[in-house]
Design a protein around this ligand. Structure first.
Ligand SMILES: [Zn+2]
Length: 68
């Protein structure tokens, strides 16, 4: 039996590895979904980014879902 009244579940937050820009006033960051071989540069100010962890909504593996 399937419950049709499925409540909207909140997306669980997971500790996610990201790259963040440390420049003051620049809030740029990106998920560390790709295996960077070295530290990426901020797309805004071109400074080297810093590896961090943040609580972010879990993503279903969207790259795997995007199939045309
Ligand atoms: Zn920046």
């Amino acid at each position: 039996m399937y419950n049709r009244k499925k409540p909207l579940e909140e997306v669980p937050q997971v500790n996610t590895k990201i790259w963040a820009c440390e420049t003051e006033g620049c809030n740029s960051w990106m998920r560390d979904n790709f295996s960077f071989e070295r530290v990426p540069s901020c797309v805004i100010c071109n400074e080297p980014m810093v590896s961090e962890e943040r609580m972010l909504p879990a993503l279903a593996n969207s790259t795997a879902e995007v199939r045309s």
